[in-house]
Design a protein around this ligand. Structure first.
Ligand code: XLS
Ligand code: CA
Ligand code: CA
Length: 447
């Protein structure tokens, strides 16, 4: 589906037109080489499989500031003395960018869309004004909201956490923000609502009651779930794990930690997980591992598609271009039957040294091409009978009558003991990892 290009009072990207698909032969940096939204892969178009989203925070707020220096990019839409004027300009720039790039979705924090006011009511009002404007632009363009969330980590009041803060008044401010952000998400037809832990964690056990904080966290999420449902939110609530940064210990360490927490607190019917590639590697896992853990639990909701840097332990939020990572991720997504209401949100920022306006487009184009290629290759790998047989063969003993009895829970420990005693030693069986890896390279690079 081709959406109309949006232009507000000012055209913020005058030197970029709608990004065309030019195919693999093109050397135009402002054209897709692989992402062709209408191309079928299996039963669905690329657009329907990938459900790309642009993130508001890095793309329109990120100016390249780091702990050693200020921003290197001075975007026109941010040059307003009045923060509400800047928010309106940013919204127009965002919709122009979404429609020129050709993504179907976007994601935001409440404070990306509208600035905080001097009181709870003023903050609510600001968000309401911008929500109304965003709704108009969504209707004009057909762009949709993949998810909304609340920024409960930037304001100094949240330095000791938001839902897990030791002060009830801070917890209440967090509640006010989530309430308003849920209302905005519902008004904009958001398909999901995300909780990233932010500063939900701790640095020092001797000043922290972790048991209490985790109980508070579950209570807060339950209240948010109940409020969201009461105002008609039909989408999926998502938790985004991350092991560290900003807090030394973050409660939502990784996928399996979060899955256990949600199940323990009876939240697993409403909540799934939003997996970010860079957070997976910070937790000492691969991106695909985290996705697989969620898929196995039936709780893979959505993806923040980016990458970290193998040489350091920071959350560098780079645009995803590592094909091995992208392919492995798409294999998990395709094997679980797609992302459902989720999507691929580029929680990624330009490098500080990338200062041209067009670099925003170039970065997104490369990431979209990477995932388009990965989609095609993952589809091929998942349908390869050699790979399928190699995996199935390893579990063949569970396809015997006795194996089926075991999996159905009809055998005891003593039954297994007797089986071992009767059958003697097991014959060594090669895992064939090198064959598997070679087969993947043959299929990916062998033409
Ligand atoms: C930060 C997180 C954050 C969430 C949304 O590390 O990735 O950006 O995605 O709050
Ligand atoms: Ca993220
Ligand atoms: Ca990140």
């Amino acid at each position: 589906m081709q959406r109309p290009v949006f232009k507000g009072d000012i055209e913020y990207f005058p030197n970029v037109e709608r990004i065309p698909f030019e195919g693999p032969g093109s050397d135009n940096p402002l054209a897709f080489k692989a992402y062709n939204p209408n191309q079928m892969v299996g039963e669905q178009t690329m657009e329907a499989h990938l459900r790309f989203a642009v993130c508001y925070w890095h793309t329109f707020h990120g100016t390249g500031a780091d702990p050693f220096g200020p921003g290197t990019r001075d975007y026109v839409w941010n040059r307003h003395a009045d923060s509400m004027d800047a928010a309106r300009a940013r919204l127009d720039a965002a919709f122009e960018f979404f429609t020129k790039l050709g993504v179907p979705y976007y994601c935001f924090h409440d404070r990306d869309l509208a600035p905080a006011g001097a009181s709870v009511s003023e903050s609510e009002h600001n968000l309401q004004v911008l929500t109304d404007l965003a709704k108009e632009r969504q209707q004009m363009t057909g762009i949709k909201l993949l998810w909304g969330t609340a920024n409960m980590f930037s304001d100094p009041r949240y330095m000791n956490g938001a839902a897990t803060n030791p002060d009830l008044l801070v917890v209440s401010h967090a509640a006010a923000q989530v309430k308003a952000a849920l209302e905005a998400t519902v008004a904009l037809g958001g398909e999901n609502y995300v909780f990233w832990g932010g500063r939900e964690g701790y640095a020092c056990l001797n000043n922290t009651d972790t048991r209490r904080e985790l109980e508070h966290f579950a209570r807060f999420l339950t209240m948010a779930r109940d409020y969201g449902r009461s105002i008609g939110f039909k989408g999926v609530f998502l938790i985004e794990p991350k092991p560290m940064e900003p807090m030394f210990h973050q409660y939502d360490f990784d996928a399996q930690t979060v899955i256990g927490f949600l199940r323990h607190h009876d939240l697993d019917r409403d909540f799934k997980l939003n997996i970010e590639a860079n957070h997976a590697t910070l937790a000492g896992h691969t991106f695909a591992h985290e996705l697989q853990m969620c898929a196995d639990a039936g709780m893979l909701g959505s993806i923040d598609a980016n990458r970290g840097n193998a040489q350091n332990g920071w959350d560098t939020d780079q645009f995803p271009t590592d094909m091995n990572d992208c392919i492995a991720a798409m294999q998990v997504v395709l094997a679980q039957g797609g992302l459902g209401r989720g999507g691929l949100n580029f929680d990624a920022k330009l490098r500080r040294e990338s200062t041209d306006l067009e670099d925003l487009f170039i970065a997104h184009i490369g990431a979209m091409d990477a995932f388009a290629r990965a989609l095609v290759l993952a589809h091929k790998l998942n349908h390869d009978s050699t790979l399928q047989q190699l995996r199935e063969q390893r579990y063949a003993s569970f396809e015997t009558a006795m194996g089926r009895e075991f999996e159905a829970g009809r055998l005891s420990l003593a039954d297994l003991r007797d089986h071992a005693a009767k059958m003697g030693e097991a014959t060594p069986s090669s895992g064939k990892q090198e064959w598997v890896e070679n087969r993947i390279n043959d299929l990916v690079f062998g033409g």
